[in-house]
Design a protein around this ligand. Structure first.
Ligand code: NIG
Ligand code: FE
Length: 417
């Protein structure tokens, strides 16, 4: 394979040797000073002291990519929950919400999720692909090299397929990896001529086999909430998904509790939102294998309380942090900014924040080949122009990466753009 040695870096933060669950102190953060990364094709061969790797690199005639100045290197960031496949804007929702209008009043005035469904249905697949590419490129500039993308604004068999095809197509032209998820259970479509149970039965019997057959996604999500779907409605839906071998993820406990219990009961990969979770739900999640995902972008977008991240970690839970980037509740879409703000409000250590957007986020997507810098893992890493990793979160997202490497290739260089 074609080998490269990249470095020297003032600090490499490989995010190795840290536990998947529970609190992490900054003393536990492994820092490789004056390090380098030996890359073999798309993967990391080894991470270590630059001087040692230089000897090895010469033995195997690796290309030397020598960097000038001080750099801190971290794993490429992973955004494990987004809705970046959509059309239209919900700027009017935002203005109305801040002017004191309720969820119901906004929906009545033509806003809410259904507004985005209407706009997204009108868009062609090609238009959706363009939108995803535009948003994913912005994420890349923020250091995000893997993005989960949900459907859920189509809400019919054909429209959900259109969305998932658009995500698949965008994935082929972007350096970033897009991980698709089917969120046909986002809400009961207003134009559906039957009950919620009938809608979910149609999706699971007609759409699920197509998702498998066409390789459109391996993940099924549902919004469990008053006004969306109840535990009782979702149970046969998730049973069918499990039976067919899909991974389950849940929009849980956003405004009211109930979703996290379903997530634990179905051994879901992740339960996301959790702003309304109480001690009972936190205990339940902490004892399970479910990754609890905080979505600070939705708290900021809606002006709601943050997920009790500190309490989750103290209870022994695994905490991922994602942007929830969507046109309604989380239009900002800047993961690093949101994660550092969550850290400030929830008193998370820097290491817990980094864990939430690297290896714990990888676990939230059931991916075991990324989120840490070590031999055999994907060569996805980002560089910041500083000699001290603490500078990054301290700047609360205003300090952006200067380089992004994806699968061993330099895909963004601030100095060249
Ligand atoms: O994760 N909670 C439900 N779904 C999205 C919001 C989507 C929208 O408002 O368009 C969320 O916040
Ligand atoms: Fe969401």
């Amino acid at each position: 394979m074609y080998m490269k040695l990249i470095g020297p870096f003032k600090q490499i933060i490989p995010m190795t040797g840290l536990s998947l669950k529970g609190s992490i102190s900054d003393d536990e953060l492994n820092i490789v000073e004056d390090g380098g990364i030996l890359v073999d094709g798309e993967h990391i061969k080894s991470v270590g002291k630059y001087a040692d790797l230089l000897v090895k690199a010469k033995e195997v005639s690796a290309e030397l990519v020598e960097l000038k100045g001080n750099h801190v290197c971290l794993p490429g960031l992973i955004d494990s929950h987004t809705h970046i496949c959509y059309s239209g804007s919900r700027a009017n929702d935002y203005a109305m919400r801040n002017a004191g209008k309720t969820y119901l009043e906004i929906a009545k005035a033509g806003g809410g999720i259904w507004d985005t469904v209407t706009q997204t249905r009108k868009a062609s697949k090609e238009e959706l692909v363009k939108g995803i590419i535009k948003r994913a490129k912005r994420h890349l500039l923020n250091g995000v090299t893997t993005i989960e993308v949900k459907s859920g604004y189509g809400l019919s068999v054909d429209e959900e397929i259109k969305m998932l095809r658009a995500i698949k197509e965008a994935n082929t032209v972007l350096p970033t990896d897009l991980i698709p998820t089917c969120l046909a259970a986002h809400m009961l479509p207003r134009d559906y001529p039957g009950t919620a149970e009938e809608y979910l039965a149609e999706i699971s019997t007609v759409l699920f086999p197509i998702l498998k057959e066409k390789g459109l996604t391996n993940r099924i999500d549902a919004f469990i909430e008053e006004g969306a779907f109840t535990k009782k409605m979702i149970t046969p839906y998730f049973e069918k998904a499990k039976e067919m071998g899909f991974d389950i993820t849940v929009h849980a406990d956003q405004f009211s509790t109930g979703g996290s219990e379903v997530a634990v009961g179905f051994n879901a990969i992740s339960a996301d939102h959790l702003e309304a979770s109480t001690s009972k739900e936190i205990e339940l999640l902490a004892k399970s294998n479910v990754i609890a995902t905080a979505l600070p972008g939705a708290s900021i977008g809606l002006g709601c309380t943050f997920t009790p991240a500190r309490q989750l970690l103290e209870a022994g839970g695994a905490l991922a942090i994602a942007s929830d980037h969507n046109p309604g509740s989380a239009p900002m879409g800047d993961l690093l900014t949101q994660a550092s703000i969550l850290g400030t409000f929830q008193k998370l250590t820097n290491t817990e924040v980094w864990a939430g957007i690297t290896f714990r986020a990888a676990a939230a997507l059931n991916l075991s080949d990324r989120g840490q810098l070590k031999g055999g893992f994907l060569a996805d890493f980002i560089l910041f122009h500083t000699d001290n990793n603490q500078e990054i979160l301290y700047n609360q997202g205003a300090f952006k990466p200067c380089m992004v490497w994806k699968k061993g290739e330099l895909v963004y260089d601030k100095h060249k753009s």
